[in-house]
Write a protein that binds this ligand. Sequence first.
Ligand code: TXA
Ligand code: MG
Length: 321
Amino acid sequence: MRDSKIIAASRQSISSAARLIGDGKLVAFPTETVYGLGADATNDKAVAEIFAAKERPSFNPLIVHFADSSSAEKAARFNARARELAAAFWPGALSMVLERLEGCAISLLVSAGLDTVALRVPNHPVALALLAEAPCPIAAPSANRSGAVSPTTAVHVEEALGSAVAAIVDGGPCRVGIESTVVDLSGESPLLLRPGGITEEEIEAVIGPLAKNIESKGGVKSPGMLERHYAPATPLRINAAQAREGEARLSFGPDAPHDALNLSPTGDLKEAAANLFAMIRQLDDPKYNAIAVMEIPNRGLGRAINDRLTRAAAKCDNGEM
Ligand code: TXA
Ligand code: MG
């Protein structure tokens, strides 16, 4: 058996992880949303390694993580809305797409040919300590193979990418459990590209209405929105009232049968988001014909949960991420 790459988070292990990143290696690390597969965002070769490890289509751009907003401002053109959102939600589960600053140090490969870059300051003590020590901003997609379920524990990362990374810093299970909300602020009106850990309502309370038109004239605006994504090997059936013979049931709320896994027995959408990916993995077993997921209310974080479930259930085999 291969040795484990998992190292418990400590001052020492975070320092060595920061050195590995500086040396161009891949290091997986915890954030409040999901685990990231990190590399030096200014190093083309290291960024290319991310795409190779994930088997990710190179047209899908990456989020760059920073220790604070002032470091992020060195990479992209912040407008008034971006500053307001950074003040309200950073550190936190919001990624902002902004115009790249000319001559900025971020690898062009990170942007995958777009003239924009996605930026985030994560709200996790281990991620922030790593970002403070690393000599560079860190490009990090979710640490799963393309198309598969995002990881919310270090063990999930090891199972999928253990052979590709130099280290996996273990900071325990992710608190939010669903990826960041992606908002494009590079155009005239702000555009929601991906629902996530910060709700539309919270964002709209700060900057007003968000457009939700995912398609753009120039082709795929946010390639992460390709239809099939977050998919387990076992087919997923959504808005299921009952589990059929041979199906596993994934429930939500107090009225569900007690023999099934429940995303949140009290009906709390935050708890459901935090449990979503780990429970889908638990039920992703060839002994089941399908995973039948009960209806989740489509409000607040429920929208991000339903977005992931719809994509995981989509019946098409192109657009693998
Ligand atoms: O919570 C998260 O956001 C996690 C943690 C690790 O920070 N990261 C994550 O990254 O989910 P990833 O690569 O799995 O998803 C990034 C999303 C994709 O949908 C991608 O298409 C979009 O952000 N994106 C990145 N850069 C973009 C850009 N310049 N323009 C439009 N969309 C962009
Ligand atoms: Mg992902």
